[in-house]
Design a protein around this ligand. Structure first.
Ligand code: ADP
Length: 307
């Protein structure tokens, strides 16, 4: 029996034994005592075990991306590995052009990685799926549809019967505080309201994870702060897992459980900063500002101007 078979399939071994064997094998692998194919399989086996036994919802493993355009190669992402747990809000912050949108699109399954794997739960991501919802900076709403019809869109595409999707849309409009605007048209809404439609549209299909690409970047400072508070309120109800791209250190510290600070291109993880406080948070405390300073220092190390 191969190393991998007993790592994964030994029914006689109890969990403790398997853990011990797994650690021994990984230790062998680290010492270079096993071949390259075995190395990949152990990585995968380790991943499957950790997914099965934990609440990891998105696992980014050694992801890299090189674009080739007109024969010119641009290495956007060198290598990123990170786990996002159920109910966590993890934000990625980094220099402009470092590859944040590229990373998000690979997690969404819209862009194939050059190397590495994204797992959604225990499944390898091979394309877009209902398990991942998206919220875009420019809202990407359909202006010819009402607010409610925009929110219903994902369920409509999935063939959910009209009465059922109407009831669900009412529920999610309530969650984002737009129930009174169900029949309004998109051009009648403020920017913040439009983005709440975008959030409801993503939430309604009840995805495992929502991917947000600078969702409040197009809003003025006051609306942006309001939207952050409203997002926190929404999360109290939905406990949604979120991956959040931002340029704002303040926003990252206000919202996140974990802030992943990226290096400049070709990108890798500079630092993962855990934010240990429950939400909502007070932006005016010395601790909050100290946390911001810490993240700014990592970014300044990358010669990044921050807001
Ligand atoms: P960010 O979101 O951090 O601003 P992006 O992910 O948009 O960065 O882009 C990362 C790098 O990859 C940039 O240098 C960008 O010019 C390059 N890039 C993005 N998309 C493409 C593409 N389709 N073809 C070639 N290069 C691209």
């Amino acid at each position: 029996m191969s190393v991998i078979e007993w790592l994964k399939d030994d029914p006689s071994a109890n969990k403790k034994d398997r853990e011990g064997k797994k650690r021994a094998s990984i230790s062998k692998w680290l010492k270079g005592e096993v071949g390259i194919n075995t190395e990949a399989a152990i990585k995968r086996s380790f991943h499957e075990t950790s997914i099965g036994e934990s609440d990891v919802q998105i696992s980014i493993r050694n992801i890299g991306k090189t674009y080739v355009k007109n024969g010119v190669e641009t290495k956007a992402i060198d290598e990123i590995s990170i786990d996002v747990r159920k109910g966590e809000l993890v934000s990625f912050i980094g220099p402009s052009g470092c590859g944040k949108t590229t990373l998000l699109n690979m997690i969404a399954g819209l862009l194939p990685p050059t190397s590495g794997v994204v797992y959604v739960g225990s499944k390898e991501c091979t394309g877009p799926g209902r398990d991942r919802g998206m919220v875009f900076q420019d809202f990407a709403l359909l202006p010819w549809r009402t607010v409610k019809n925009n929110v219903e869109l994902g369920l409509e595409i999935a063939g959910v019967p009209k009465a059922e999707r109407s009831a669900k849309a009412d529920e999610y409009l309530r969650i984002v505080g737009l129930e009174k605007f169900a029949n309004s048209h998109i051009n009648e809404l403020s920017g913040g309201m439009k983005q709440r439609v975008g959030i409801a549209r993503a939430l309604i299909v009840e995805p495992d994870v929502i991917l947000m690409d600078e969702p409040f970047g197009a809003l003025d400072a006051q609306t942006r702060n309001l939207m952050q508070t409203q997002l926190i309120d929404i999360l109290k109800t939905t406990k949604q897992t979120i991956i959040f791209i931002t340029h704002s250190v303040d926003e990252a510290v206000y919202l996140s459980d974990k802030v992943v600070v990226l290096t400049k291109r070709p990108t890798t993880v500079n630092e993962v900063v855990e934010i240990p406080w429950s939400r909502p948070r007070d932006r005016t405390t010395p601790e909050f500002n100290e946390m911001k300073r810490e993240i700014v220092a990592y970014l300044e190390h990358e010669n990044v101007l921050v807001d």
